[in-house]
Design a protein around this ligand. Structure first.
Ligand code: DAH
Length: 355
């Protein structure tokens, strides 16, 4: 008994000192490790007579418990004081003035691209992308617009090399070609993006935006094209009824081709879309020319479909009452603050497409 009392007193004294966790662990090993002082005492038990053994075991157990409690208390104390020290050091000074910050706005063109993508995705179109720098084949030749075709002149193309093989795409139609080259029909895609032509006035900028549409499948006809565009225009302008007309036109990559006008009127100096007796052209479209499908080795007896190209900037101007296209690309923050959209505002017709 005197041995274990000595051990107890010695170690309780040690535990009163200023210790770190490593030192405590050392003490634990010294006492309760395989050859620890307390562990070795337990090994003596077997050598004692029964009476003596009972008493020694009970004394030994209470010394063991006392030491263990004291170690646990010490560990808790060290851990708590470490946390308190940290808290003291990491205190946040809430009296400091906040840093100034600027809240950005969503550009009307980005907003409208989101709205368009969201409307078309509801009726099964997926979104494709193509590069701004295109080759001559995708931009013209594959779209049934060969070298000497007069339609090429209308495009005022920015060529990037003397051989006129690389150019800034003049429309989003080459994304039709890219899509049909990489996959097999059916296709049902839209492709929004930047387009370029050497042209600049109040309604034309050298860089502008279009969204292309392409739907190729078995038994697709012009009725589907009409239904799809009618649905889109109503959803986009948030009106129940829309006056819309198809005017015969010509594009080398569609046959027949049409331009689509929508009705509007001016009320209290503001343009109102949907009804009225004035017409506004908003897009070009048609049934994809068999030559285009043949260029892409698509069986024209099995598959046909429609395509369309919409000017995005024009739609944004109409919907949000902006009258000078050039201001879109001036990077004037005052303009953006006025016409831009709060990134946290959810428009009423927004369907949750992520930006
Ligand atoms: N690419 C044409 C343009 O920029 C617009 C267009 C017309 C696209 C008819 C089409 C289409 O897909 O079918 O003027």
């Amino acid at each position: 008994m005197s041995d274990i009392k000595k051990i107890k007193d010695e170690f309780l004294l040690k535990l009163k000192k200023n210790l770190d966790l490593n030192q405590i662990n050392q003490i634990k090993t010294d006492l309760f490790g395989k050859t620890g002082l307390i562990s070795s005492q337990f090994k003596q038990l077997g050598k004692l007579e029964e009476e003596e053994r009972k008493k020694f075991a009970s004394d030994l157990n209470s010394v063991k418990n006392e030491l263990q409690n004291s170690i646990t208390t010490k560990i808790n104390y060290i851990e708590t004081s470490e946390i308190n020290q940290k808290l003291e050091k990491e205190k946040i000074d809430i009296t400091l003035p906040e840093r100034p910050f600027n809240k950005g706005k969503i550009h009307p063109v980005s907003q409208v691209i989101d709205e368009i993508s969201s409307i078309f995705s509801e009726i099964g179109f997926s979104v494709e992308e193509g590069p701004d720098v295109e080759n001559e084949y995708n931009n013209f030749t594959a779209l049934n617009t060969p070298d000497n075709h007069p339609a090429r002149d209308m495009h005022d193309t920015f060529y990037l090399d003397d051989k006129k093989e690389l150019l800034l795409r003049t429309h989003t139609s080459p994304v039709q070609i890219r899509t049909m080259l990489k996959d097999k029909p059916p296709f049902k895609i839209i492709a929004p993006g930047r387009t370029y032509r050497s042209d600049s006035d109040q309604t034309h900028a050298p860089m502008f935006h279009q969204v292309e549409g392409l739907h190729i499948d078995k038994d697709i006809n012009m009725g589907h094209l009409k239904g799809c565009l009618n649905y889109f225009i109503k959803e986009f302008f948030e009106v129940d009824k829309i006056k819309m007309r198809f005017r015969p036109s010509h594009f080398p990559f569609t046959e027949p081709s049409a331009e689509v006008d929508i009705g509007y009127e001016i009320k209290d100096g503001k343009i109102v879309i949907g009804q009225g007796d004035k017409w506004l052209e908003i897009l070009g479209c048609g049934m994809v020319h068999p030559n285009v499908l043949k260029n892409l080795k698509i069986d024209t007896k099995k598959y046909q479909g429609y395509a369309f190209g919409i000017g995005i900037d024009r739609l944004a101007m109409l919907k949000y009452g902006i009258n000078d296209l050039r201001a879109f690309f001036d990077c004037d923050y005052r303009w953006l603050n006025h016409f831009g959209f709060d990134p946290l505002d959810v428009p009423s017709n927004y369907r949750g497409l992520s930006r």
